[in-house]
Design a protein around this ligand. Structure first.
Ligand code: LMR
Length: 353
């Protein structure tokens, strides 16, 4: 059967189109699923290193079917944009500080910001790895977010242009904080003036005098070169800074089941790694800060520590209505278990000292 030249041309064109589409589909079928992981700190920090470890584990576990693209140091999104970008699906994964969730309406996360709420890291891990932590992550679902894990960083130090040894030293000092009402109350309780700024703006704000001081774990203070601008640092350990690793819920639930299970396994391993390195990374950073010789490092006497605790104690009660009295009480019960355990180790004569 002979076909007209016109028919043959059209038929060949159709064949070519079908072949192109199927090749493209085949190619697309092999294209890796890309997870953009954006964060605001340097790569050489607990969070930065944990993100890299997750990348390594996730790409190995999924045999390359998933590609993790990490964007550190606010390269892709800054504090103020990252949560919205995640909810819109413009980025798939973040690990914001726990002090940055109240703008989503999740005020309970500010329990982590309460001064001295965690007497030890063991108490902290019992919270983040236990029912309280799970309940907090579950609250993210209603915001289109799935909470995957908590990653540790550490206890915060305070820095300024003057020594901060007693609360009176904070008077009228403009202190940068994260967007947390608890941290606002903390700075006011010390007599300072709180100033909410994005993490990527802190260096510039310290340099220009917009703020006089700030707080962060040593790993952030060092990797952001704040020692160049802050002649005094007090090893106060007055509060905690950690992270929740979160993903866009629709994206996560849309992943092929097998892949999601493999990513969950990689996240579990990366979390163990994150928590294992956090303290060492901060101790290393503290040593490096001392070595710069640019920041005087102040240790508080017992008397000075007591003065800080007395000044900051009212913040817990002041924030009960905002965070939830039951939640604060539940965390304090966990903390009390440790205090009781410690007391039981002491000879009777020394209990209460
Ligand atoms: C800050 O804004 O000070 C920290 O949350 C930065 C970070 O993510 O550790």
């Amino acid at each position: 059967m002979k076909f007209s030249p016109k028919f043959s041309v059209r038929f060949n064109a159709l064949l070519f189109a079908v072949a192109a589409v199927s090749l493209n589909l085949e190619a697309r079928a092999d294209a890796p699923i890309v997870i953009k992981f954006s964060h605001v700190v340097a790569s050489d920090t607990p969070k930065g290193k944990a993100a890299e470890r997750f990348k390594e584990l996730a790409e190995r576990a999924t045999k390359g079917r998933v590609k993790i693209e990490i964007y550190p140091n606010s390269q892709l999104y800054k504090d103020k944009d990252e949560l919205e970008a995640l909810q819109l699906g413009a980025v798939q994964m973040l690990a914001p500080s726990l002090a940055k969730f109240s703008p989503l309406g999740l005020r309970e996360f500010e329990v982590f910001d309460l001064p001295y709420i965690f007497p030890t890291k063991e108490v902290l891990y019992r919270i983040t790895e236990g029912p309280i932590g799970k309940e907090l992550l579950d609250k993210l679902q209603s915001k289109g977010i799935t909470g995957l894990a908590f990653w540790d960083n550490g206890f915060k130090v305070m820095s300024a242009n003057r020594p901060l040894r007693v609360p009176a030293d904070f008077k009228n000092q403009k202190m940068r904080i994260q967007p947390s009402k608890v941290l606002e109350a903390q700075m006011r309780a010390l007599g300072a003036i709180p100033q909410v700024l994005g993490f990527s703006e802190v260096y510039q704000a310290l340099q220009s005098g917009v703020v006089d001081g700030t707080e962060n774990p040593p790993s952030n203070f060092y990797t952001q070169k704040m020692y160049e601008l802050q002649p005094h640092l007090t090893v106060s350990n007055h509060g905690y800074l950690g992270y929740a690793v979160i993903v866009n819920r629709k994206f996560w639930e849309g992943l092929p089941g097998g892949i999601r299970v493999e990513l969950e396994g990689a996240m579990r391993e990366a979390t163990l790694y994150a928590n294992a390195i956090a303290q060492t990374e901060n101790d290393r950073a503290m040593e490096a800060i001392r070595k710069t010789g640019k920041t005087a490092v102040h240790q508080l006497s017992d008397k000075e520590k007591e003065a800080w605790r007395a000044a900051l104690a009212p913040v817990h009660r002041e924030m009960e209505a905002r965070i939830g009295r039951d939640l604060i009480a539940a965390v304090n019960r966990e903390a009390a278990r440790d205090v009781a355990k410690e007391a039981a180790k002491k000879p009777a004569a020394l209990i209460g000292r």
